[in-house]
Ligand binder design. Structure first.
Ligand code: MN
Length: 221
């Protein structure tokens, strides 16, 4: 890593609870594999890709096919790292209640909490292949949105901030629920921490993301 010693590399965060903490809804074995193997793998590959990009620059940077492959690898693995880092605090034993500014914003944007939850459910259950559903804050218009994300990085908008994410990859549920993905989604909502989403929302809204663009009238006031 000597070429990158002045910069940070990606690191695997600890789970904020024990592997078994979300049982019976999410099994300890799933949590252990999901965190220690899958999430760790994205972190490892993200750092390895940065090293390969550094090497490509050192070699003159002329290999377009390799560059394209590495750029895709970087987006996939860094996005995977970010989404899994957002997933662990999206869950907690016993779940957590929606409250504060986010509760009011959800009613404004979706009508009711249940309507938003139905859209999240539909977004994760109707994925074709691997992906995620997320309740996100879209800073340009200042809106809450439900995103359906393909793989880790497709079908999403830059700068959107995930508040609560659901992993729809088979590795998130298949050991426990096999093909009954709907049962997994119901189980996820038993442990979903809406209180954490509310706290993230209040922090996020204070960030000046895209303030320079919105100030130039990119959206209607
Ligand atoms: Mn996953």
């Amino acid at each position: 890593m000597e070429t990158m010693d002045s910069m940070d590399t990606y690191t695997l965060p600890d789970l904020p609870y024990d592997y078994a903490a979300l049982e019976p809804h999410i099994s300890a074995r799933i949590m252990e594999l999901h965190h220690d193997k899958h999430h760790a793998g994205y972190v490892k590959q993200a750092n390895a890709t940065l090293e390969r990009l550094e090497q490509l620059r050192s070699d003159g940077g002329g290999d377009a096919m390799l560059l394209r492959a590495l750029e895709k690898s970087l987006a996939f693995n860094v996005s995977g790292h970010l989404l899994h880092s957002a997933l662990w605090p999206s869950m907690r034993p016993g779940g957590g209640e929606l409250e504060g500014e986010l509760a009011a914003a959800v009613d404004d944007a979706f009508g009711t909490f249940d309507a938003m939850r139905r859209q999240l459910t539909e977004a994760v259950s109707s994925l074709q292949g691997s992906g995620w559903a997320a309740l996100v804050w879209e800073p340009l218009a200042g809106r809450l949105i439900v995103e359906q994300i393909y793989d880790h990085q497709g079908n999403m908008t830059p700068a959107n901030v995930p508040l609560l994410v659901i992993d729809g990859w088979e590795h998130a549920y298949y050991l426990q629920y096999a093909n009954e993905k709907d049962r997994y989604i119901e189980a996820f909502f038993e442990v979903a921490d809406w209180g954490q989403a509310a706290r993230r929302f209040e922090q996020t809204r204070r960030l000046p993301a895209f303030a320079d663009i919105t100030a130039r009238g990119a959206v209607r006031p």
